[in-house]
Design a protein. Structure first.
Length: 591
């Protein structure tokens, strides 16, 4: 009898019945990879459920998990919590203590599970200010924190498994499964309420785009599982019988790829950029004919079009490039990678082209926490791969473009709402349609293209949110800066285009005995550039590391209404400014 999957915790039971893997979840401890079979995974999850029951956990209780790395324990806890009708509240480990305090209080978390001493110290600092919190447990063995093994011991006695089964029966597909707090870049983080059906439907509707050997493939997981993208992917892997190996860290990714030899991995664009930059640096260090061949292959890759669209001569050259050059790229990534998936921010087309040419296709998708997350994704089957798009919309999800160009989404993947905030929920919903805040278009053949953001907020290629207006307002406090635009959508870091306050600069130059005749001349002056860098360094102290402006370029002309930089009400026309200074933007990101 095949299991009908309607709740998240049905996935591992389905895996047991269909694939019964020897290595369902694998984590490295003290230099050794240790695996749980599907049966052991479920045995531990049930022990957690029994232990939590004995602690008095009730349906709808919130249990927080804060882990600095992806690991087997996270997934065991997840299933153990959800089977009781309680909710898992994953928290991003690197946020501030204040945000920990806010989220734990807002969610009224009863228990908190942490990965290690670093996370525990942050929780310990605010624990007394969270009245709902009864206890904290750690996955790592710590002297001053109870171990999660205590819960497993508490659940060793199977006499209350009957009660666990009764609780499971009562959980319905539309019940709340998790609260995911989105980056609080404008005010406090919002708790996105996702039901079992939100995530289950998203897995089942995305599965048709997966070209893997079910029951035999391996995956390497390292994107934070507190993000809905990786979490949904982990459920998808479980459904498809894919062995999940958890990478130790971003730094050890290269080693882990060679050890695990995965067939699939997911990442944010920033990681693919890093991989490409490393490969490029190695190629640039070559000499003679080897160097020439390397750059010939890269340039060929940058012209890549799928499905043989470039013709037979290109394909013939590509076959040679793959044999001589690109095969080494594949070896460096473990040798077995068939598929890479990118999400969370825009992927640059040059990366899509060059990796696809190398036989390492990256399938870009699109979605938000509020949509569980997948709305659309590229895939290689059925001519479903189009560079410069985020693929076709998945089954059972409906996308329409509003009059102002905004992408609106309706489907079983759309959240239940924002926790304890019906007002904010109403702001983003029109009937059943969720407002994404992104501007886009649907091409004739069904591919979705993101063309702009309705809101000014953007994401770097590392998947981090940046609110440019906050940074711009801070920078504009400097007397040296009249106009500034923070850029970095889909790039590895924020940067800035700056129009200096030329009147003030003239006075400053006079004081420092610097002669110049034109604005174009003064903006190349090293003393001025260094002085403005000081202003930027000062402003950067008010922001998180990923929000700080790392590079800037000065513009020689004054931004004005007449020249089209500004609206009649003096608001900046971001699109126009970007277009006018596209050469400077190129200089910043591709010097």
């Amino acid at each position: 009898m095949s299991i009908n999957i309607t709740r998240i915790f049905d996935f591992p039971y389905y895996q047991l019945e269909t694939y019964n893997l020897e290595k369902a979840l694998t984590t490295k401890y003290n230099g050794q990879w240790e695996s749980l079979s599907t049966q052991e995974y479920l045995d531990k999850a049930n022990a957690i459920s029994r232990g939590l029951l004995r602690l008095g956990v009730n349906p709808n209780d919130k249990i927080a998990i804060i882990s600095s790395n992806n690991r087997t324990e996270w997934n065991v806890m997840d299933i153990g919590i959800l089977q009781l009708g309680a909710q898992n509240v994953p928290i991003y480990p690197t946020i501030s203590e204040e945000d920990y305090e806010y989220i734990l209080n807002h969610s009224e978390a009863k228990y908190c599970f942490v990965s290690c001493s670093e996370v525990f110290e942050k929780v310990k600092a605010i624990k007394d200010r969270v009245t709902s919190l009864k206890a904290v447990y750690s996955f790592d063995s710590l002297d001053d924190c109870e171990s999660w093994n205590e819960i497993l011991k508490l659940g060793k006695d199977e006499s209350n498994q009957v009660e666990v089964e009764a609780r499971k029966e009562k959980v319905s597909s539309n019940d709340l499964a998790t609260l995911i707090y989105t980056s609080g870049t404008t005010g406090k983080p919002k708790g996105v309420m996702l039901s079992h059906n939100n995530l289950v439907s998203n897995v089942l509707d995305s599965e048709k785009r997966v070209p893997l050997n079910y029951g035999k493939a391996k995956a390497l997981s390292f994107l934070p599982v507190c993000h809905v993208f990786e979490r949904m992917i982990l459920y998808l892997y479980q459904y498809c019988g894919v062995e999940i190996h958890f990478a130790e860290s971003i730094e050890k990714m290269g080693d882990n790829l060679k050890e695990v030899k995965p067939n699939v991995m997911t990442a944010v664009p920033r990681l693919y950029e890093k991989v490409y930059d490393k490969i490029y640096a190695k190629g640039a260090a070559l000499t003679g004919i080897k160097k020439k061949l390397f750059f010939w292959a890269v340039n060929l890759g940058l012209q890549y079009e799928p499905y043989g669209a470039n013709g037979w001569w290109y394909e013939k050259q590509l076959a040679i490039a793959r044999k001589l050059i690109f095969s080494k790229w594949q070896e460096g990534l473990g040798g077995n990678l068939e598929l890479m998936v990118s999400g969370s921010a825009a992927l640059q087309s040059r990366l899509t082209r060059v990796f696809a040419a190398a036989g390492l296709p990256i399938m870009e998708g699109y979605g938000l926490t509020e949509t569980s997350p997948v709305i659309s994704v590229n895939c290689q089957n059925d001519s479903g791969f189009r560079i410069g798009t985020v693929g076709r919309v998945i089954e059972n999800v409906d996308v329409k473009i509003a009059e102002d160009g905004e992408i609106l989404v309706k489907g079983p993947n759309v959240m239940l709402g924002y926790y304890k905030d019906p007002g904010k929920t109403e702001e983003v919903m029109t009937g059943d349609y969720f407002h994404t805040g992104d501007i886009g278009e649907i091409c004739n053949d069904g591919f979705l293209k993101i063309t702009d953001r309705k809101k000014d907020m953007f994401k770097t290629s590392g998947g981090k949110y940046v609110v440019p207006t906050l940074i711009e307002n801070e920078l504009k406090q400097s007397r040296f800066i009249e106009q500034v635009m923070v850029i970095g959508e889909g790039e590895k870091m924020p940067a800035a285009l700056i129009q200096p306050n030329f009147e003030f600069v003239k006075e400053w130059a006079k004081r420092h005995e610097i002669d110049f005749t034109t604005n174009a001349e003064i903006i190349t002056n090293n003393a001025l550039i260094s002085r403005i860098q000081e202003e930027i360094d000062l402003a950067n102290t008010n922001f998180a590391k990923w929000e700080t402006v790392k590079k800037f370029e000065l513009t020689p002309n004054i931004w004005s209404i007449d020249e089209g930089h500004l609206t009649p009400t003096m608001k900046m026309k971001r699109k126009v400014v970007k277009e006018k200074y596209k050469d400077l933007i190129e200089k910043i990101y591709r010097p």
